[in-house]
Ligand binder design. Structure first.
Ligand SMILES: Nc1ncnc2c1ncn2[C@@H]1O[C@H](COP(=O)(O)OP(=O)(O)OP(=O)(O)O)[C@@H](O)[C@H]1O
Length: 262
């Protein structure tokens, strides 16, 4: 399958990274990465532990700003706008480029308030009825509404792990992001909860661009359109997922996917 088969001709670049380098103090974790992320694609980041997948992912919504010793150089743009520009509103950026973490992390609040928090913060719903609509539509899009509609006032932390992760996805959706970053979103979940999230990713792709870090190569193969293989802080190969897994162009990719290391 050629790249253009999966990414049709109308595919639009959503985010670009150019010569991105990341340093933790004097230790360089990312060595000059260039990447285009296309609108409405699911792109998976794979590679051995410590290769920089999460570090690079966190560059895409400036989550690394929260780590004191971390320094990012190079350019990253969202719809052509430099996300590291000094005048950029980082809170707004993180609404546009939302993030779902490895371990579900609902706020210690009700299910309703977990979802309503972001829209209230960003002034997206002024009336209670508008907020109710956002809460319902976000929970529906995250495939959780039917399971929680009768207990919206109960704590989010009382849900199962898989439900909590869908709650976190709903919370991300509630502020109308364009890109959703997922850092090993299923690693704390059982196989059934994992397959529910994987199905959800396929649906979310219609409305959002999704970047997912995963240790699980089968998962990357199942959910993503394109796969990026990282090694020692470098992007070794980026291509259509099927090609990367069946016919990699780089020896290091082949060694990794055939289990020779990692
Ligand atoms: N907060 C931090 N402080 C210092 N060094 C860090 C920090 N986070 C990551 N690193 C270092 O940066 C490098 C890349 O780590 P990163 O977590 O991005 O890799 P990864 O591919 O996501 O790994 P894993 O699959 O194990 O999560 C590693 O050498 C790691 O030790």
């Amino acid at each position: 399958m050629s790249e253009s088969t999966v990414l049709n001709d109308a595919a639009k670049v959503k985010m670009t990274a150019r010569d991105v380098k990341v340093f933790y103090g004097t230790n360089q974790a990312i060595h000059g990465i260039d990447m285009d992320i296309m609108e409405n694609e699911v792109i998976a980041f794979i590679g051995p532990s410590g290769c920089g997948k999460s570090t690079f992912l966190r560059c895409l919504n400036r989550m690394n700003d929260t780590i004191d010793i971390c320094r990012v150089t190079g350019q990253i743009a969202l719809d052509g706008q430099d996300i590291y520009h000094p005048s950029l509103d980082v809170v707004q950026l993180r609404a546009q480029v939302g993030m779902v973490f490895q371990k579900p992390n609902p706020f210690p609040k009700s299910i309703y308030d977990n979802i309503a928090y972001g829209p209230k913060l960003h002034g997206l719903a002024s009336k209670k009825s508008d907020l109710d609509d956002v809460v319902e539509s976000s929970l529906r899009r995250a495939g959780l509404w039917e399971e929680v509609k009768d207990r919206l006032n109960q704590p989010g932390t009382g849900l199962s792990g898989g439900q909590q992760q869908r709650l976190c996805i709903a919370r991300t959706i509630a502020v109308s992001p364009e890109v959703i970053l997922m850092d090993e979103p299923c690693s704390a979940l059982d196989p059934i909860a994992t397959s529910i999230i994987e199905e959800l990713i396929a649906e979310l792709k219609q409305n959002f661009t999704i970047v997912i870090v995963t240790h699980n190569m089968q998962q990357a193969a199942r959910v993503s359109d394109r796969t990026a293989f990282f090694h020692l802080g470098n992007l070794i190969e980026l291509g259509v997922t099927n090609d990367v897994f069946t016919n990699p162009t780089q020896k290091r990719t082949e060694d990794y996917i055939t289990g020779r290391y990692g």
